[in-house]
Design a protein around this ligand. Structure first.
Ligand code: EPZ
Length: 429
């Protein structure tokens, strides 16, 4: 097993390139099934979630060929099964996109119950409701979700909650359904727009993505295309917070600054300088930053996937900050790890009250999930002393070349092999 070892207290300088968006890639890869041909997709991040998506596609009968790093040709002309086994589906949430894509392509799909990060209950009722609105039957049995339709027909879908996954799945299933499907109270995240753009290049007719009403007019045939995935909003935001928290002057390159506005606003409120350019943002900070309050909201609000990272920064900012989580029931598990590092935080329901301490102290900690792991990286950068992070495979689900990128801007981080299994999390903090 490997762990990350970070010696904190170094300021960060230089440039960091941002990879393609994980949460767009994990939807676009299954979406290639709708093409019945070859798609060439560029700017795909080299992360474990993507590798798993490719393995699943290959299991279904598709072929995946590396053209150059980050660029793949995916050929879905022949598919031999519409069933995704647990060994693939249970490792990640996004495996539910195979339901929408296979339903749209073959009129049926069966996927073992998706796994993914554990933030409490993660229902799939809105996915089910979308497929049913298009005339499909949905069956949840023996740990599998199965769906089938004689013929998909356009429908009217009104989501009870704003959901990224169900919005994408509704789009995937609706592109070939006869007539015009209307999706209301749709999610507006950048990856929703990216998926719509990809589907449209494949011949679909999707309008309104990025607003809360999306209209999908069904088409008979889809075809292959060339596409490049947008930059990762959350990876960019994570490096922005690293630069602000550690201090220094870092330019985050290859981004869409508009996608980062909610993060920019919070860092400025804390006293960091953030400058926007056409496709980069510069974050500079000196001395100790000050508190701010953050509430997570669907896009364009502050992303829940940046909540642990900003909390890790606020742990050593001056003053008392309140971080409220409004998307997930249980996304504060990482706080136990910050407490090990001397943070003063208590959780009341869906809010974390953070009394900023002058500095965190390095300690052995673990990544509880992907973004919780990113928070540990930030805490380790700002802490005095050495922080050792276990469970790093969870960080590598979503951050490409994280050690190389952090080292290039001056962080003292190493990946170290160790033999002992992680024994953290049982002792009282
Ligand atoms: C996506 O998850 C992201 N994952 C998550 O990022 C992200 O935290 C989340 O959107 C919110 O932005 C991927 O894109 C692969 P949702 P998703 O459906 O689609 C409720 C990361 O770190 N809900 O938008 O699964 C749900 O309980 C990951 O990269 C229902 O009630 O999330 C939650 O409260 C972690 N019924 C809210 O909607 C449903 O059928 C938003 O969930 C579906 C969701």
């Amino acid at each position: 097993m490997d762990k990350f070892v970070i010696n904190g207290g170094r300021r960060l300088f230089g440039e960091v390139p941002i990879s393609g968006a994980k949460n767009a890639a994990v939807a676009i890869i299954p979406a290639t099934l709708l093409a019945k041909g070859k798609c060439r997709v560029d700017n795909i991040p080299e992360i474990s979630d993507v590798r798993l998506m490719f393995k699943t596609l290959e299991y279904l009968g598709a072929s995946v060929r590396l053209i150059h790093p980050g660029c793949y040709e995916i050929d879905t002309s022949s598919i031999s099964t519409t069933e995704v086994p647990g060994m693939y589906a249970q490792k990640m949430r996004a495996s539910y996109y195979f339901l929408g894509a296979l339903l749209g392509r073959c009129g049926k799909a069966s996927v073992a119950m998706p796994g993914g990060c554990d933030f409490g209950v993660r229902p799939i009722d809105q996915h089910q409701k979308s497929f049913e609105a298009l005339g499909a039957r949905v069956n949840l049995e023996s740990g599998r979700i199965s769906t089938d339709a004689k013929e998909l027909k356009a429908g009217h879908i009104y989501f009870d909650v704003v959901t990224v996954g169900a919005t994408m799945n509704a789009m995937l299933a609706a592109v070939t359904a006869e007539g015009q499907t209307v999706i209301e109270n749709a999610a507006k995240e950048p990856h929703i727009v990216d998926l719509a753009n990809f589907l449209n290049l494949m011949g679909a007719d999707v309008r309104g993505a990025g607003t809360d009403t999306i209209k999908v007019r069904g088409v008979k045939e889809m075809h292959g295309c060339d596409y490049s995935i947008i930059p990762d909003q959350i990876e960019a935001g994570t490096y922005m917070v690293m630069a602000a928290a550690a201090g220094g002057d870092v330019t985050i390159k290859g981004v869409i600054p508009k996608h980062l506005e909610s993060i920019t606003a919070k860092l400025q409120e804390c006293g960091a300088t953030v400058e926007e350019f056409d496709d980069s943002v510069r974050v500079a900070a000196e001395g100790r930053l000050t508190k701010c309050n953050v509430k997570t909201m669907p896009h364009p609000g502050f992303p829940t996937d940046m909540q642990p990272q900003i909390a890790a920064m606020l742990a050593s900012c001056e003053g008392t900050s309140i971080v409220s989580e409004s998307i997930w029931d249980n996304r504060f598990r990482y706080i136990e790890q910050l407490l090990r590092m001397g943070a003063q935080i208590h959780v009341e329901g869906k809010a974390a009250i953070i009394e900023g301490v002058p500095y965190l102290k390095g300690a052995p900690v673990r990544a509880d999930d992907l973004r919780a792991g990113a928070a540990m990286l930030i805490a380790g950068l700002t802490a005095r002393g050495t922080t050792e992070i276990e469970n790093i495979h969870l960080i590598e689900r979503g951050y490409e070349h994280v050690v190389e990128k952090m080292t290039a801007i001056g962080a003292d981080i190493r990946r170290v092999r160790y033999d002992e299994p992680a024994a953290l999390g049982t002792s009282a903090v």
